[in-house]
Ligand binder design. Structure first.
Ligand SMILES: *Cc1c(COP(=O)(O)O)cnc(C)c1O
Length: 416
């Protein structure tokens, strides 16, 4: 075939640099992971060439007999993995999955109840700068001041006062188990639909480390496939049979055009991998590593929001550790030391969302590359050392060298 001759040196040099960064630095962003070679292979396959608007058996384009089987495989594996009645695997991302649910179930202006964004809720749960907040009337509940866990009295009071059409559970920065049963009961009391956004914890649910919202009565569960689930970048929706047709129509033609068939295929691979017995061990190790990291950080005098973690992440409140240290300053110093994470608001944060007083730290990626509790203690110590020595370039360089050495024994992509 007459492919272009010149090699795109500029771009592929950049990809090589990114492989090197992922191999040599520590990835603690709670929403990131390393995908398997099989997932990467499907994502880079010729399925990217295909147009297949519609659903299996109901396409608007020819030549979809293979694609139909791919999407059926992905849907069947998703429903089996989570015990759901119906799956839509086409959303391009978690945000699209959420918007499709809103489009399927709400009218513009309808009231929805969700977790406060500064206490762990997601942009798509009603942020004024997101379509969700511009199109729908989001009202929020928060965490208690005492134990910093979801305040179900607030959820119920807000539901009774505002009569939402939908209650949304799920979070982007919350370190505890979220029990769906009280949400289900409150939704029933006010006649609301109940959606669980499991973007972060889908892998923990599949691996048996978090209660399954589908089994606990959620009408709809949205999730991303690239966070703890360890698949390709993308979204998915599970729902009851009763909602299936409305959800499918909202994804296509409501919100998207043609599906990303290569990504749908890679989602099928991820669902296959998550159904293996080893994935249960993986999910358990993510949680054990988060607990070990929490213990190490607390041992170095850092305050953890809610006092610890039940899942894959910890939220550090830096205020009592060092009043001058914002989340942003801490993140920038850690970046120089080869430790990637993100700043995050803490409950009742006095600083704005682009500065913050906290750090969100997650263990899915380091667990994938084989690190265990001993390495979590090392990483906790390196984080502490960086925060204390943030203005000392020798200290930062020393931490960076220690990080590179640690990663050498756990290289995620040695052959890339
Ligand atoms: C990550 C996340 C999303 C959005 O996923 P994208 O793929 O980034 O669009 C939605 N909801 C929650 C709770 C998330 O954490």
């Amino acid at each position: 075939m007459p492919w272009p001759e010149p090699h795109d040196h500029d771009l592929f040099t950049l990809i090589d640099r990114e492989v090197d960064r992922q191999n040599r630095t520590v990835q603690l962003i709670a929403s990131e992971n390393f995908t398997s070679p099989a997932v990467l292979r499907a994502t880079g396959s010729v399925l990217t060439n295909k147009y297949s608007e519609g659903y299996p058996g109901k396409r608007y384009y020819g030549g979809n007999e293979v694609i139909d089987s791919v999407e059926d495989l992905a849907r069947d594996r998703a429903t089996a993995l989570f015990g759901a009645e119906h799956a839509n695997v086409q959303p391009h991302a978690g945000a699209n999955a959420n918007m499709a649910v809103y489009l399927a179930t709400l009218e513009v202006g309808d009231t929805v109840l969700g977790l406060r964004l500064d206490q762990g809720g997601h942009l798509t749960h009603g942020s004024p700068v997101n379509a969700s907040g511009r199109l729908y009337n989001f009202v929020s509940y928060g965490v208690t001041t005492s134990d910093e866990r979801i305040d179900f009295d607030q959820v119920r009071e807000a539901a009774l006062a505002h009569r939402p059409k939908m209650i949304v559970a799920g979070a982007t920065a919350y370190s505890r188990i979220i029990d769906s049963r009280p949400f289900r009961a409150i939704a029933d009391e006010v006649g609301a639909l109940f959606m669980f956004d499991a973007a972060h914890i889908a892998g923990l649910i599949a691996g048996g480390q978090h209660p399954n919202p589908v089994e606990q009565g959620a009408d709809i569960m949205t999730f991303t496939t690239h966070k703890t689930l360890r698949g390709p970048r993308g979204g998915a929706i599970l729902c009851t049979k009763a909602l299936a047709e409305r959800i499918d129509k909202a994804v296509f033609p409501g919100l998207q055009g043609g599906p990303l068939d290569h990504v749908v295929a890679a989602k099928a691979v991820a669902f296959f991998e998550a159904a293996q017995p080893e994935f249960k061990d993986y999910a358990a190790r993510i949680v054990a590593n988060a607990a070990a990291l929490a213990e190490s950080l607390a041992g170095h005098g850092l305050r953890l929001v809610s006092g610890g973690t039940d899942n894959h992440l910890v939220l550090v409140d830096l205020r009592s550790f060092d009043a001058d240290l914002s989340g942003k300053k801490a993140r920038l110093a850690l970046d120089r030391a080869g430790i990637s994470l993100n700043e995050n608001t803490v409950p009742d944060d006095p600083r704005p969302p682009y500065i913050t007083s906290g750090l969100r730290i997650g263990t899915p990626a380091v667990t994938t590359q084989g690190m265990g509790e001993a390495e979590m203690a090392t990483i906790g110590a390196l984080i502490h050392r960086t925060l204390v020595g943030r203005d000392d370039e020798h200290e930062i360089a020393a931490v960076r060298a220690a990080v590179n050495e640690l990663c050498e024994a756990f290289t995620p992509y040695p052959d890339a």
